[in-house]
Write a protein of this length. Structure first.
Length: 570
């Protein structure tokens, strides 16, 4: 190890030999304390000591040799030297920190000085601004006086220039001429405005204020105008007077501020801000509007596709539902529910509601009274509601026909079918076409008591009639507007045997080959002959019903049409 540095075993050996040092004589301790003293042999084996004790003492003596220790003074000197170096380094760092703090303080003081200088400059600028405002007001007053000559104008400008050296006389002169032109333009505009106001006042007095003439004297006083305005504005006269005072005071104050040159700058700033605001608002509005159009277009296309898809699904489900309803109608019809209910003409038997949709809780459009005729376009069974519902043609809507639980009916079917009908009114016009207003047929009327064969039935609800097609044209079977029947079904004659069936020839019958009795090649049916009649036709001119035979086509006169009993040979 280097000199002056304690070895690792020195301290531990010293601690172990401390007990042995206490046993040494003073002479041995003195010798041990001398620096660079050679080792002195010690006789530490008196006769009374044993072998172990002698070995222990020899070990202590060996450990107490001078070269086994470091000089204490040198060690202390080195420790003081290291501490002094560390202290110097700390002092140096402290000095550097103090110098850095001094520089920061100097910078801070400099900034404070600059801040104070800026504040002073701002205060000076405020004072200059105030002075400029005062000088501007003085300048406006001088220029508004309108000097009579250019010399006086130049003198006024020089006076103003003397008051304000910072502004050149040329600039003030030019500015002064501009102001004079503006004043002239203002006067012209003011006079024109007064003239326009006078014309408008005259027009209002001529064309409008005559309505303010309350007492009817032909003249309109201000009091009448105020009363009229009070009535129109629903305010009291005191309120109007206070409002007028406020307006007058505001006008006076505004005029004074304008004359002092204070309000112009404010108006200029307001106009500038207003222009910027309006321009920005317009730009933003146009931008937002175009974004809205683009988004609306995209969303519209998306929603249209979605709507079409949903509508397609709805149409598919409706088709399936209608098919199921038709199957259900067939099934229930075979069970007897719809034996008499189908599309066609119905008469209201009990007061019922016309609703907007097929659902029972839908909006009620109107009520149908008893004996009202309606034409149903569709008939649907609503098992969930327990009703049979019908779609009315006009006015459009749904009504209940029958309650499936109780069997109660609100409407009964009243439909004309093809067949034979007897006229029960004085006469029925015959037209050439199905429309009521169509031209008359070659046979214009059918008379009361006459039996006609209706080959086709048309429901003309818009014209308020049920029309039937006969051999001569079209007739009105039913007047739906009045509920009047013009004909009566000839089905009662079926009880008298005028139906397609087998007939027994009691006597003899002349059978032509067609229903025309004037056929040139007739045949004769003798008595006790069975004939199969597949059709029965009423010939109103011969007043006989003529059945057509299935065996050997022809027709035979059987029963007089105007009598209820058979004739011999019929």
């Amino acid at each position: 190890p280097a000199r002056g540095v304690a070895r690792p075993g020195v301290g531990r050996g010293a601690a172990q030999s401390s007990a042995g040092l206490r046993a040494l004589p003073p002479r041995g301790l003195a010798l041990a304390g001398l620096p660079h003293t050679p080792s002195i042999p010690l006789d530490l084996s008196p006769p009374s000591f044993g072998m172990a004790e002698s070995f222990h003492l020899e070990d202590i003596a060996a450990r107490l040799r001078p070269e086994r220790f470091v000089n204490a003074e040198e060690l202390h000197a080195r420790q003081h030297s290291e501490e002094a170096g560390t202290l110097k380094e700390g002092i140096q760092a402290l000095r550097e920190g103090m110098q850095r703090n001094e520089r920061i303080m100097d910078e801070f003081v400099s900034m404070r000085r600059q801040d104070d200088q800026v504040l002073k400059e701002m205060e000076a600028l405020r004072k200059q601004d105030t002075e400029l405002r005062v000088q501007n007001t003085h300048l406006r007053r001088q220029l508004l006086r309108r000097p009579a000559s250019d010399e006086e104008a130049e003198k006024a400008v020089e006076d103003i220039a003397d008051d304000e050296p910072a502004v050149s006389g040329k600039t003030i002169t030019v500015f002064g001429y501009i102001l004079n032109f503006r004043v002239l333009l203002t006067v012209i505009i003011g006079c024109s405005s007064v003239l326009v106001l006078c014309i408008l006042f005259w027009l209002v007095e001529v064309f409008y204020w005559k309505h303010f003439d309350e007492n009817g004297d032909g003249e309109t006083e201000m009091e009448e105008v105020l009363i009229k305005m009070q009535n129109a504005m629903t305010v009291s006269y005191t309120t109007m007077r206070a409002t007028g005072v406020c307006v007058g005071v505001g006008t006076i104050m505004g005029s004074f501020l304008w004359w002092a040159g204070i309000i112009q700058a404010m108006i200029t700033q307001v106009l500038v801000y207003l222009f910027l605001a309006v321009g920005l608002a317009c730009c933003l509005g146009i931008f937002v509007y175009h974004i809205y159009l683009n988004i609306s277009s995209m969303l519209g296309a998306l929603f249209k596709e979605l709507k079409d898809m949903i509508q397609g699904v709805i149409n598919f489900l409706e088709e399936k539902a209608e098919a199921a309803a038709e199957e259900l109608e067939k099934l229930t019809g075979s069970m007897g529910f719809l034996a008499q209910d189908s599309a066609g003409m119905y008469v209201i038997k009990s007061r019922c509601d016309l609703q907007k949709t097929i659902k029972l809780d839908s909006q009620v459009l109107q009520k149908f009274e008893e004996n009202t005729l309606v034409n149903l376009l569709k008939v649907k069974i609503r098992l969930a509601d327990g009703r049979i519902r019908g779609l009315v043609e006009a006015p459009r809507g749904w009504i209940s026909i029958q309650d499936l639980d109780t069997g109660f009916r609100w409407a009964e079917k009243k439909e004309y079918r093809r067949g034979y009908f007897k006229v029960i009114v004085d006469s029925i016009p015959v037209t050439s076409d199905v429309e009521i207003n169509s031209p008359p047929s070659y046979k214009p009327f059918v008379k009361k008591g006459q039996v006609v064969r209706v080959r086709e039935v048309r429901h003309r609800l818009r014209e308020g009639a049920v029309r039937g097609n006969i051999a001569d044209g079209w007739i009105t079977l039913l007047d739906t507007t009045k509920g009047r029947h013009n004909v009566q079904s000839w089905a009662a004659r079926a009880q008298e045997g005028i139906i397609p069936s087998f007939a027994s020839i009691a006597g003899s019958a002349l059978v032509p080959s067609s229903s025309d009795s004037a056929h040139e090649d007739p045949s004769m049916l003798e008595g006790d002959v069975a004939a199969s009649m597949h059709d029965v036709q009423v010939d109103p001119f011969l007043t006989q019903a003529r059945p057509a035979s299935a065996r050997g086509v022809g027709s035979a006169a059987t029963v007089p049409a105007d009598a209820g009993e058979e004739e011999d040979g019929g």
